[in-house]
Write a protein that binds this ligand. Structure first.
Ligand code: ZN
Length: 599
């Protein structure tokens, strides 16, 4: 058994101290490495850069260590047990790495635990030590690492079956709020770190009804315990899935307050995030791409299937809010229409398929630049719409006999034990087998191709009408009809943001008026027809004009003033809203209930 001991040794300096004891190191010299990325976040992060002062000892003697590459070390051969000691700098307030100060400690195993080459399958003991000092006496521990002597929420001994498990249970230490509920008879904990005044009873009640929807879809809950680990911050948003837990960051104002009963927009988004990460417990943490069995955390790992694991998850996350009755059908359709708007405003959807977007996640979605909206599409948002279109196509063509639920359930029964990952065309085969439908054309056009999704006709078959209208202004994110009496501003086709106090064009859309006139990303806005132009007053300035008007725009590029004649265009119909169709026929009404209602 490999033994790890970890202690927040210096909260003020953001340092963890880690000791690693290897009883039987490799006789030819033990190789150790740090992960370059964390499962669920497809970007090279080089966690080794935070590792400092590594030493190796054996039988009371210092052992020479050489570095093989940016993240790999080799210890000289020894005959007895080998002890490695190092520190990890932890100052990344995200769900992906590690964070430590005098208020709390949080880490993912990928950020702190060295992998012992050749012993990846060996069981690991993990001792969690409290920081020294009376000011930390009330700290507790929240993790789903199985206890091996530690009392509930206590410091002490935990264990992991192998390296893969070791890095899949994030750990929070501090003085946090704890609440609990059960779903399908399984205990679920909610731990909230950071100052907040949340109504945790309501949060637990709402999470329980969402979790029950997920469990009903998959037919089982393959964990003995589940933990929602929430960091409540002034600003922030994010989540990362794990096999028995999830790490979440939310705005403390998005948590429900005591006495409130309404679902605010912020709370709706938080519930959607919890729903998303919980769905991952099945979809990606157990059922996963063949390319991820096993994970190679040293280099990029390419798969064209992220649209399945993130897109389908993104489709069900909000859908379950409707199915559990926490949000109305209208509220769900508003969320869906916002997603359609986002995709429709991204010209890259016509240039990159969701399969290609998945494959290139490492250098595309995770490394976006000013050209990204013109060149790439998100396998989250477009993937969710492909899942919607697939669901609607199956419902329509099988006359309501099947839905995407049946496909997901079959995929789970085939790949849920995690031993065989899903092959690159695995979902397609299952969809065809389960439904008996000829779906090759669907996958060719909408998964491997970039054809526009036929959502209007598909949604009509479930009694929902889809409409597009022009954006009213730059703050209009869609989801609702235009407010009465509001005229859309003419179209410039660029996004102006504030950066370091200046108003700078962040995105210039392909073949739009700004691009045709010669404006480029990075240009600093100065004036429009002699009036000062800023990110804050762009809409107001454009309101002075009509489509077809020519305006003079001045910008700074590389400290040089440039003048452009821009012919403003008619705003494109890229803003979506959906409505329940009151005149839909009986079969569409039945199917809409099946789609949006619990049973
Ligand atoms: Zn996800």
């Amino acid at each position: 058994m490999i033994e790890y001991r970890i202690q927040p040794c210096s909260p003020e300096a953001h340092l963890y101290r880690v000791e690693l004891l290897i009883p039987e190191p490799a006789p030819e010299g033990q190789v150790l490495s740090m992960a370059a990325w964390i499962p669920g976040s497809y970007m090279i992060r080089d966690f080794a850069r935070n590792l400092v002062a590594l030493t190796a000892d054996s039988a009371g003697r210092r052992i020479p260590v050489s570095k093989l590459d940016k993240q790999t070390w080799r210890c000289e051969p020894v005959t007895g047990p080998l002890q490695i000691v190092y520190e990890v700098y932890a100052w990344d307030l995200s769900v992906r790495a590690a964070h430590l100060d005098t208020t709390h400690a949080y880490f993912n195993g990928t950020s702190v635990f060295l992998r012992v080459h050749g012993l990846e399958d060996a069981p690991c003991g993990v001792e969690l030590l409290a920081p020294e000092g009376s000011e930390y006496a009330d700290w507790r521990v929240a993790t789903t690492l199985p206890a091996d002597g530690a009392s509930p929420f206590g410091f002490g001994r935990y264990r992991a079956g192998d390296y893969d498990e070791l890095i899949d249970h994030p750990v929070e230490m501090g003085n946090f709020t704890w609440a609990a509920f059960t779903a399908a008879g399984v205990p679920h904990d909610v731990v909230i770190t950071g100052r907040h005044r949340a109504d945790t009873d309501r949060l637990c009640r709402d999470l329980a009804s969402i979790c029950e929807q997920h469990i009903a879809l998959f037919g089982e809950l393959p964990v003995l315990r589940y933990l929602f680990l929430v960091m409540a911050l002034g600003e922030g948003y994010g989540g990362l899935e794990h096999r028995s837990s999830t790490s979440l960051i939310c705005k403390r104002d998005d948590l429900p307050r005591p006495g409130e009963s309404k679902v605010s927009k912020g709370y709706r988004q938080l519930l959607g995030l919890c729903s998303h990460e919980y769905f991952h417990l099945w979809n990606v943490k157990r059922m996963k791409p063949a390319r991820f069995t096993p994970y190679d955390l040293g280099v990029e790992s390419h798969t064209g299937l992220l649209w399945v694991f993130e897109g389908i998850t993104s489709y069900y996350d909000d859908l379950f809010l409707a199915r559990s009755g926490l949000v109305t059908a209208e509220s769900y359709l508003e969320l869906l229409a916002k997603t359609i708007t986002r995709v429709h405003r991204t010209p890259g959807r016509l240039r990159q398929s969701v399969e290609a977007s998945s494959f290139d996640a490492w250098t595309g979605l995770y490394k976006q630049d000013a050209n990204s909206p013109n060149a790439i599409i998100s396998y989250y948002s477009k993937g969710a719409l492909v899942a919607l279109a697939l669901d609607m196509t199956i419902r329509k063509e099988s006359n309501g006999q099947y839905s995407l639920d049946d496909v997901v359930r079959e995929a789970w029964s085939r790949y849920g034990d995690g031993s065989d990952g899903m092959p690159e065309r695995g979902l397609e085969s299952i969809a065809r087998e389960v439904t008996g439908l000829e779906l090759e054309d669907f996958f060719e056009r909408y998964v491997r191709g970039t054809a526009e999704l036929p959502l209007e006709g598909l949604l009509r078959s479930v009694g929902v009408s889809l409409r597009f209208r022009p954006a009213i202004d730059s703050k209009d994110t869609g989801g609702r009809p235009a407010a009465e009496g509001k005229e859309p501003v003419p179209w410039l086709g660029a996004i102006l943001d504030t950066s370091d106090g200046a108003s700078v064009f962040r995105v210039v859309f392909s073949d739009a008026p700004a691009e045709r006139a010669g404006i480029a990303p990075g240009d600093e806005a100065v004036a429009i027809d002699g009036y000062r132009l800023t990110a804050g007053n762009l809409d107001a300035r454009l309101q002075d004009y009509r489509d077809g008007d020519t305006v003079t725009m001045t910008v700074f590029r590389d400290h040089v003033l440039m003048r452009h004649q821009v012919v403003l265009g008619a705003p494109p119909e890229d803003t979506c809203y959906l409505a329940v169709d009151e005149d839909a026929d009986e079969s569409a009404l039945v199917e809409r209930r099946r789609w949006l209602d619990a049973d």
